[in-house]
Design a protein around this ligand. Structure first.
Ligand SMILES: [Zn+2]
Ligand SMILES: [Zn+2]
Ligand SMILES: [Zn+2]
Length: 344
């Protein structure tokens, strides 16, 4: 990384959306016109034995007690080698005429979910998926102590169409000094609903989905996965705890194994039913702080990349979804998955 390199956050003055200008990720203006020839690196930076290809590990699970940054781990968390935001520096916010800018301060970490190069997240045993979800929790607990950060987004890009540049299974975390706009919109909607009805909108949605039944994909004692009523994309799937929990880290520690089992189940259904599609998931959790506790309810949004966002969507914020959520749910729910794929 260049010395004194600092990404920038710029605010769109019309709708208040922040954009990260992060040139370290790599493209000069003249690079875009070239036909992309992606040369996959010969050594996978996330495979055991190649620990030196990543920044030093932040945490790792090493049941054999092996040394940091050597093989023997079952999960590693490292800083992103090409971070969108960087951890060191002051959070100076300043005007530039009518515009607003901030230093691009944040954390950008990679969770390497397994030492196996050829397994996807749903292929892992439930206990290993649980460790991934547990690592998310540990990193959130640590990062929320840094008062510069207002939000921590956990997400996964699987497959090229979803933006994954390394195929070895991994997820990412970005802590930002502002609450992202998409999250702020959900917070606002949930707050208004709560002001009016004195109930959590997400809890009400869960009640409705359990009563309607036809959009449910998978259900366990404490979790539900369903296609949202107004799904933007075919097979968009939301997974959430049935009990009202606003922040991911407040989930009862006993529930992580069950969460892992239902996440594995849903991802396996998508993988088998849709022939291993590229997908993204994001965990929407309450921002750091008490004030969201009553009305926000954490959830995972899983979005397979089956359609492309095109002109109409970009121009309007309307989405055209070619698949009824009820049909998508029925298809996923009725898939027969062999026992060995979901057990363990
Ligand atoms: Zn690998
Ligand atoms: Zn709720
Ligand atoms: Zn959400």
């Amino acid at each position: 990384m260049r010395d004194n390199y600092m990404p920038e956050l710029r605010k769109d003055p019309i709708i208040g959306r922040w954009v990260i200008i992060s040139t370290e990720r790599g493209k000069r203006p003249s690079d875009f016109g070239r036909t992309e020839k992606r040369i996959s690196p010969k050594v996978c930076p996330f495979c055991p034995g190649n620990e030196s290809a990543t920044p030093k590990e932040i945490i790792a699970y090493r049941p054999d007690g092996s040394e940091p940054n050597t093989p023997g781990w079952t999960l590693r968390v490292v800083s992103n080698k090409y971070p969108a935001l960087i951890i060191e520096g002051d959070l100076t916010r300043e005007p530039m005429g009518i515009y607003d800018r901030m230093n691009g301060i944040g954390a950008h970490e990679v969770i390497i979910e397994s030492p196996s190069h050829d397994l996807d997240l749903p292929d892992l045993p439930v206990k290993e998926v649980r460790n991934v979800l547990w690592a998310y929790r540990e990193r959130c607990l640590d990062l929320q102590r840094d008062h510069r950060f207002k939000y921590i987004l956990l997400f996964k890009n699987h497959g090229k169409a979803a933006g994954a540049s390394v195929e070895h299974t991994h997820s990412q975390l970005i802590a930002t000094p502002i609450i992202p706009k998409r999250v702020a919109e959900e917070l606002l909607g949930a707050r208004k609903y709560h002001d009016y009805k004195e109930r959590c909108i997400f809890c009400d949605i869960i009640r409705q989905e359990i009563s309607d039944q036809d959009r449910i994909v998978s259900e366990s004692e404490s979790f539900i996965a369903f296609e949202p009523y107004a799904s933007r994309f075919p097979f968009e799937t939301w997974l959430m705890p049935k009990a009202h929990i606003s922040n991911y880290i407040e989930t009862d520690i006993e529930m992580y194994e069950e969460m892992a089992a239902i996440l594995k189940d849903v991802l396996m259904r998508l993988k088998i039913g849709l022939a291993n599609p590229s997908y993204n998931y994001v965990i929407h959790t309450a921002p750091v702080g008490e004030e969201y506790r009553e009305f926000y309810h954490w959830h995972i949004e899983i979005i397979p990349k089956l359609t492309r966002v095109a002109g109409f969507e970009w121009g309007t914020g309307f989405y055209i979804n070619p698949t009824r959520p009820e049909d998508a749910a029925q298809f996923l729910r009725e898939l027969i998955i062999s026992r060995e794929k979901i057990s363990v």
